[in-house]
Ligand binder design. Structure first.
Ligand code: SAH
Length: 403
């Protein structure tokens, strides 16, 4: 682990920073942002050019520009997507001089691991990454007996400001590029393939966009990531779209766009309340698109893709866990038909400074019972990683969790 990249005021992950990022574009005291050496920077503050961000044709052009034969592009794709290893040492089918030129020109280090934390006997691993400009994100890898799931970040911070979510308190720093998201996936897939996670070597089977950020607010990069993940080797990772979950607060026009993509990813909608009055507070974007509009868009997603939609519902004690709210949710979902949806309540994970706590187990049980009574398949979501602040809503990219 290295921590060579200069950071943005390391302890500034609280609400103050959210205020600076979101409200005042020019803080009174200048913050030394973007201290990475200029040579590692891309255009206009973008990450440096990376192989993954290029189309197959652009990859060939880039390889040729570097003075190499066009067929090297395919070899590089195989090293990256099939072997998950774009290091010069691994490229034994290329002449040594070419390896260095190509790797330097096309595989800049976009993510630097700064800290990893483990739980569940090493089968849950949270990694804090520094990006090229000092922005920070986290990803969480969870290995189960029959699958491995990576939870990735699509933005540094988040602009959706949900008050019960740690990332929501940070404000948005910036969108991640496709390569910055895909790199999180490649690194996890490599760790699994290398047997770094207890249980022997295995494949990465599932991916959820439930890390930092609102994936549909970074639509283009997220969709490019999905296309890259599902493209067969050697042009992509060959994952199944069905095993990829895009979780959203409910940006209705973006859900509609996703519906038309023809890629059967799983859609998860973070609802958290069945009534606009409460949802306006818990998920502020609800003031723009109401509960009913959001559920209608989710139902259309099912109609077109045939993919059952997940409704996420963090159960917050005395806030949204009332029996009448379970009934109202059950009614609203059942009114839109059968078999199109399932519900995933999750006991609230604690976040620093929040006054809210998880619902009592009996209240949770009653909530689930009522939803099922309305014919809604319901399963309580597990809260893996909560002891390392790696569970849903706990990602705040803190350098030192004790700080
Ligand atoms: N922005 C996207 C994806 C990231 S959050 C979204 O909101 O869907 C992934 C899931 O964790 C969402 O369902 C989110 O509402 C939920 N979540 C956020 N904070 C939480 C907390 N403190 N406890 C439990 N779940 C939480």
């Amino acid at each position: 682990m290295t921590a060579t990249t200069p950071t943005v005021t390391p302890t500034s992950t609280g609400p103050d920073r959210a205020g600076q990022v979101q409200v005042s574009p020019r803080p009174a005291t200048p913050i030394p942002l973007n201290l990475a050496p200029p040579t590692t920077r891309g255009k206009r503050g973008k990450p440096p050019r990376h192989f993954v961000d290029l189309t197959p044709q652009e990859r060939v052009a880039a390889v040729t520009e570097l003075g190499e034969k066009p067929f090297r592009a395919k070899q590089l794709a195989t090293h990256y997507f099939t072997h998950l290893d774009p290091s010069p040492a691994a490229m034994t089918d290329l002449p040594e001089a070419s390896r260095d030129t190509l790797v330097r020109g096309l595989f800049p280090q976009l993510l630097t691991p700064v800290r990893t934390m483990q739980a569940d006997g090493g089968t849950t691993v949270k990694t804090l990454w520094h990006l090229f400009d000092g922005a920070k994100v986290e990803s969480v890898l969870m290995r189960y007996p029959n699958r491995s799931t990576l939870c990735v970040s699509s933005q540094a911070g988040c602009g959706m400001a949900c008050p019960f979510c740690a990332t929501g308190q940070l404000g948005l720093t910036r969108n991640l590029s496709t390569a910055e998201i895909v790199e999180q996936v490649r690194c996890a897939a490599k760790a699994l393939a290398d047997g770094d996670v207890p249980g022997g070597p295995t494949r990465l089977s599932n991916l959820v966009f439930m890390g930092m950020g609102e994936p549909l607010a970074n639509y283009r990069a997220v969709m490019e990531t999905v296309r890259t993940l599902v493209a067969p080797n050697p042009d992509g990772l060959g994952m199944s779209a069905r095993n990829i979950t895009v979780s959203t607060v409910g940006l209705v026009p973006a859900i509609e766009k996703l519906t038309k993509e023809g890629i059967p990813v799983t859609l998860a909608v973070s609802l958290h309340a069945p009534d606009d009055e409460l949802r306006d507070e818990l998920v502020p974007i609800n003031t723009r698109w109401s509960v009913d509009e959001t559920l209608d868009a989710a139902r259309r997603y099912f109609d077109v893709t045939g993919r059952r939609v997940s409704i996420e519902y963090a159960l917050i004690k005395d806030m949204n866990d009332h029996a009448w709210r379970a009934d109202l949710l059950g009614e609203k979902l059942a009114a839109r038909g059968k078999g199109w949806v399932h519900c995933n309540p999750i006991p609230l994970n604690p976040t620093p400074g929040s006054k809210w706590t998880a619902s009592e187990p009996e209240v949770e049980d009653e909530f689930v019972r009522r939803l099922r009574a309305h014919g809604i398949p319901t399963t309580i979501r597990d809260t893996r990683g909560s002891d390392i602040d790696g569970a849903c809503g706990q990602l705040a990219a803190e350098e030192d969790p004790s700080a």
